[in-house]
Design a protein around this ligand. Sequence first.
Ligand SMILES: Nc1ncnc2c1ncn2[C@@H]1O[C@H](COP(=O)(O)OP(=O)(O)OP(=O)(O)O)[C@@H](O)[C@H]1O
Ligand SMILES: [Mg+2]
Length: 315
Amino acid sequence: MAPLVRVQGLKKSFGDLQILNGIDLDVEPSEVVSIIGPSGSGKTTILRCINLLERADGGRIEVDGQVLCDEGPDGGIRFASKRDIRKIREEVGMVFQRFNLFPHMTALENVIEGPIAVKGMDKGAATERAHELLASVGLSHRADHYPLQMSGGQQQRVAIARALAMEPRLMLFDEVTSAVDPELAGEILLVMKHLAEQGMTMIVVTHEMGFAADVSDRVLFIDHGLVVEEGRASQVLGAPAEERTKAFLRAVLERAPMAEEGDDPDQLNEEPTWSSDPLAAEEAARDSAELARLRNEVAELRQQLFRSGTTRSEG
Ligand SMILES: Nc1ncnc2c1ncn2[C@@H]1O[C@H](COP(=O)(O)OP(=O)(O)OP(=O)(O)O)[C@@H](O)[C@H]1O
Ligand SMILES: [Mg+2]
């Protein structure tokens, strides 16, 4: 099968600073690839180049058979036409560290915006699909809430639903749990895990080593804009070959707030407190049932993740 994403010799500088020094990365359909590496190593820049939020200055990027950029015979880089770029972008969903929801729109409005404005979908169909998507991220009863009335974990799940509403072939995640309270990270990771199980092709920049170990097919460790080590998650995280990878993993695992064996999973994902606008009793009841279900799944996932994270740290 042809890879869905093919990145070859990707280079990018900012001013005099060469940030990406020739990155190669193939991602097969339905594959989940995690990118790990120190701060400033160029992880976000890779995603931004794939999504054309940033223009590469060397190398070639292909998504779903379409060439985004390529080096010409003179060595200069050439980009696809504006029209093609727009088309390719529609196939690539991205979720950022900061939630980037439109603050003046409800969860539902955030999700239907793209399909209506960009894809020309009619409002009824977009709304129906948005309700399905909000349900799939465990937020059926938050449709009419504004971002400020939601926890960071919920906002991030709306952001995922919003990206999915465009029916992307590829999802890019950039440290999507790092701006939320640690106890809300699990519910986001769970949604991502479900997405992976459904066969979504994903590139995930993450500091969550347990998640990388549990969900990704492959892990890339990058440093100074170069792939230092890449392989199956169990190999790179469990038995890294390179000294730099080992040092990085040691540092991350020492810093990471790991759950202790005796931690009470019920304390994870406490119901968030709302800034205003108390919920109607009926809605609250439905909501807490949904949350309880989600919470159980999250607790299970976290147990799994922490188990794998702890095992790796001993390796
Ligand atoms: N638009 C920009 N202009 C100038 N420098 C930039 C720009 N974007 C990124 N950089 C620099 O490029 C380097 C790589 O940044 P990048 O955001 O890709 O790193 P990262 O691996 O994602 O780091 P982190 O883990 O902190 O998110 C950094 O030194 C950063 O300061
Ligand atoms: Mg980054």
